[in-house]
Design a protein around this ligand. Structure first.
Ligand SMILES: NC(=O)c1ccc[n+]([C@@H]2O[C@H](COP(=O)([O-])OP(=O)(O)OC[C@H]3O[C@@H](n4cnc5c(N)ncnc54)[C@H](O)[C@@H]3O)[C@@H](O)[C@H]2O)c1
Length: 288
């Protein structure tokens, strides 16, 4: 992509234009020059090859973004980065870094590594998450704490570490991956702890959006329904997919790319007036 071009949203993926007037308008609205260096995304929980984070990384790299893939499985993160680097269309860079989002020291170290390797981070997606199919009367305080630590406190640690730079530069995009479980109280696979953590992310999103909006930083939540990844106890069988698709208007479960398209849109410069929103990506399951 030529350095003077900027991403704008279109048909679910980021497309580019070299029209100078449009650049000037975007610059005025967003407070930054829409250069290639402004497109630097950090994705937590993007190491899994069949996950939503990986699908998001795929699309962003194709669209010319610099991408940092962070995951507790450091080897998977590195493998994903190596694969995507070889497909990067321009001189955009991809790095893979190990992180445990529930550990603030690990988060600080990982983000420092990204800051060393890439230009300043302009977009963050908090995707790292774990499921919890344990029912209320059975769940231990240890499991409860771990689910909340990864799914909710992890987003707090990573966002706080990254948002300071966004505030300084007066520009940023943060997307938190919640879940339809937050709205419906589970019902797909995970139960109380997961639903509570994902509901917590919705309040977190809105409150953070209030605090950072004046600095040009948007914060939004995405609440997927059942998506064909391995988080619900392993790779889904055909019969499990059929079961999970019941109640959706679209008659199927989602793909990681269905969610990635929305994250990519919310990362775009043209999404600068969208903040504190929660987007459903669930094939219509929310009205069943
Ligand atoms: N798949 C679905 O049906 C669905 C639905 C709603 C929401 N979500 C959410 O989407 C996000 C992505 O999940 P996915 O479906 O792609 O599953 P996934 O298991 O492929 O991805 C989750 C990733 O998080 C990583 N991770 C776990 N603990 C971590 C930690 N402490 N630090 C850093 N990384 C860690 C895992 O290694 C994994 O790569 C999760 O937050 C999940 O809760 C998924």
């Amino acid at each position: 992509m030529p350095r003077s071009s900027a991403p704008v949203e279109g048909r679910g993926r980021c497309v580019r234009t070299s029209h100078t007037k449009k650049h000037e308008r975007i610059e005025r609205m967003s407070g930054i020059s829409p250069t290639e260096n402004a497109r630097v995304a950090l994705l937590t929980g993007a190491g899994s090859p069949r996950g939503i984070g990986r699908a998001t990384a795929d699309q962003l790299v194709r669209d010319g973004w610099n991408v940092a893939i962070l995951d507790i499985d450091g080897e998977a993160a590195q493998r994903a980065a190596d694969e995507l680097q070889s497909q990067a269309p321009n001189d955009n860079k991809v790095v893979g870094v190990r992180v445990d989002v529930s550990d603030p020291t690990s988060v600080d170290d990982a983000v420092a590594e990204v800051e060393h390797a890439l230009p300043p981070i302009t977009a963050l997606a908090n995707l790292a998450g774990i499921s919890s199919p344990t029912s209320f009367l059975e769940i231990s305080s240890k499991e409860w704490d771990r689910v909340l630590a990864v799914n909710l406190t992890g987003a707090f640690f990573v966002s706080q570490r990254v948002v300071r730079g966004m505030i300084d530069r007066r520009y940023g995009r943060i997307v938190n991956i919640s879940s339809i479980s937050a709205q419906r109280g589970g019902g797909t696979y995970s139960k109380v702890a997961y639903s509570a953590s994902k509901a917590g992310l919705l309040g977190f999103t809105r409150a953070l959006a209030r605090e950072v909006g004046e600095f040009g930083v948007t914060v939004n939540a995405v609440a997927p329904g059942p998506i064909d990844t391995d988080i619900m106890g392993g790779t889904l069988t055909a019969s499990r997919k059929a079961e999970l698709s019941e109640g959706t208007i679209m008659g199927r479960i989602g793909t990681p790319f269905d969610v990635a398209a929305l994250v990519c849109f919310l990362f775009g410069e043209s999404a600068g007036y969208i903040t504190a929103a929660t987007y459903d990506v669930n094939g219509g399951l929310q009205i069943s």
